[in-house]
Design a binder for this molecule. Sequence first.
Ligand code: PLP
Length: 355
Amino acid sequence: MKTSLAFPIRKTQHSHLAGTDFSNLVFGKTISDHMFVADYRNGEWSDLRIEPYAPMQLNPSNAALHYGQSIFEGMKAYKNEEGEILVFRADANWSRMNESAERMCMPYLPKEIFMEGMTQLLDLDRDWVPSAKGSSLYIRPFMFAMDDYIGVKPSDTYRFIIFTCPVGNYYSKPVSVKVETKFTRATEGGTGAAKTAGNYAASLYPALQAQKAGYDQLLWTDGKTHSKIEESGTMNVMFKINGTLLTAPVNGGTILKGITRDSVIQLAKDWNQPLEERFVTVSELKEALENGSLEEAFGTGTAATIAHIRLINIDGKDYELPGKTSDAFSYRVLDALDGIKYGSIADPHEWIIKI
Ligand SMILES: *Cc1c(COP(=O)(O)O)cnc(C)c1O
């Protein structure tokens, strides 16, 4: 491993690796031993370090807690047959984080700090990357305001942290979703394209209502007319209608630019799978469900990669989707992405970084 950035590494005296049951991992509950930290003050990133994962002190007047200047990323590392660590498309997460940062008036984070911080953290905690089939190490980089100041303005100081969580086989059973036509996740001119904390807080209430009504999650529609499908829960969403793969375009500012979405689109292009990046309307979806032309519907995101949708509720009516065979596009693309991530098939787009 080439190291171009040197910073102090303080190792834990109390590793809890040996006491961790890797066969019973709950997503997001088990945190690895160390974290990478950098602080932004006086207009520059400084005090880079790796230290034991531990509680940190914040003043009650910390600006992020009050006004939500806080952004995050999520990606995964995998172990291949040789025991090497493979990270999937982390450079894309780095550039997306800087897009979120710009929208939230937060500072640019140089690529070297993001990638070297992550690489050296993964190298130190490499035994935390699970090797069981289907499991991986979830990587959570995030940045938040550090000013102690009660007043609405961009903070002058920030902290950037990366920590990691070993996660088990994220097999998601096919989900039921409800088309949401009252609440809004994102609207043109808003913050929907940024991975910023407040978006997720605002989605909790509508999601809970849907769960109380018996659905796993929501299909969000546009904020203006509630007639166009945007995303599914915290995933991008794709439909295959009459042989064509359809997904919302990401240039309007309301759709999160998913890296899984982008990877699925790339593979669809490689395979000459007909594809259109355009909005699917609720009425078009309803018609396709009624006349049987909706072949597949699935969410895409880092946690599950592909989350198959088995049922869609529109205007109070439940529509079941047809059962799928393993040659369905969504299964083939899941297999291919898994193959690339675990290093068992070729990586033609150079998505993998080896550590
Ligand atoms: C993170 C996220 C996604 C998926 O992005 P990936 O890079 O594929 O993990 C989709 N929608 C929302 C709202 C998200 O926050």
